[in-house]
Design a protein around this ligand. Sequence first.
Ligand SMILES: Cc1cc2nc3c(=O)[nH]c(=O)nc-3n(C[C@H](O)[C@H](O)[C@H](O)COP(=O)(O)OP(=O)(O)OC[C@H]3O[C@@H](n4cnc5c(N)ncnc54)[C@H](O)[C@@H]3O)c2cc1C
Length: 385
Amino acid sequence: MPEADDITEIRHSVRQLCGQYGEDYWLELDRTRGYPTEFVRELTASGFLTVLIPQQYGGAGLGVYEASVIMEEVCRSGAHAGACHAQMYVMGSVLRHGSEQQKQAYLPKIAAGELRLQSFGVTEPTTGTDTLSLKTFARRDGDEYVINGQKVWISRIEHSDLMVLLARTTPQDQVQKKTDGLSAFIVDVAAAQGSGLEIRPIESMINHHSCELFFDDLRIPAGNLLGVEGKGFKVILDGMNAERILIGAECVGDGRYFIDKASAYATERHVFGRPIGQNQGVQFPIARCYAEVDAASLMVERAARMFDAGEPCGAEANMAKMLASEASWHAGDVCMQTHGGFAFAKEYHIERKFRETRLYQIAPISTNLILSYIGEHVLKMPRSF
Ligand SMILES: Cc1cc2nc3c(=O)[nH]c(=O)nc-3n(C[C@H](O)[C@H](O)[C@H](O)COP(=O)(O)OP(=O)(O)OC[C@H]3O[C@@H](n4cnc5c(N)ncnc54)[C@H](O)[C@@H]3O)c2cc1C
């Protein structure tokens, strides 16, 4: 099916923008653990990072499908989209569950690039994947909530004005449904830092700006509750499907990046007096990766279109993320192999992308948990936890 003109136009414009930030830009940030401030600013100013914000709040009002095309192109260019992608899907929690007052307060400023909502605080060190057991507690005290607890791996918080935080408001042993008792809040990061929120960066394998957070009697206005108290899981769940689809699209972009690099190198590199790609042992793995990435891309598109049509798409979003993250990892491995020793040289950029794309089989949700979702919810097999 040929792509509609507007999608082709989006791809072209994003490619042009990314082309101004070559791979050396990303390599230097990786080396220095820097943040791509100029890139994020330009992506926002050009409207790409805010496409999901409705026009009435200053955005383009497009769907997750268009957003996924943008993230795919960003990754295909060699960029590391992890520095900014969260703005797209975290904003959805405010859009779908915020009050009109909250939407008016935040969305136009996010669309204008005056506020960054890049951070999503869910994971905790002692409960990990078992989100419904998280322990960070928000106790209501008059017209405030008082927050105590700890989070881990919370990305980009040092480069974000706002964070959507998931905390418990009813002890786990007092809820009727496992999914009840959690609430979502908007946290003003600058106001919180030093007043009950401590942020400690984690040294990690990729330049993802992830941090540990410590909450010690942090007070936030009760008006920062997002949606209904005790129903916060629902608030973040919608965002999670969008997140999985967009991460799937990023993996498709990574996969295509690796295939572009591998096929070009296999054609130009001569050993034994001929291009290495003339050997089927080199050529076929690249061709196989192409097929895998293209198939994953169809699943990403299907999930995105279902999301945009308002259809339940939990299974499709999960499958898209799983298939795309495996396809991109496989393509990264083949790209490494095709480049031989040069794959290890940083100036070839492959080892950086290889490290970056590995994340997506673990975060935002690991492959096992996706398989468990499919087993239980789609195939109706016995629940394992
Ligand atoms: C770079 C990075 C950035 C991140 N950014 C954020 C962020 O911005 N916000 C945020 O909230 N979180 C973030 N995360 C956290 C991420 O979502 C979690 O790491 C991920 O969900 C897995 O949780 P865990 O690390 O606690 O693993 P665990 O829950 O400890 O699981 C470890 C392994 O055991 C497997 N496992 C666990 N239970 C089962 C089971 N019942 N059946 C089968 N297998 C099982 C898992 O699949 C996994 O492979 C980030 C993580 C990283 C590494």
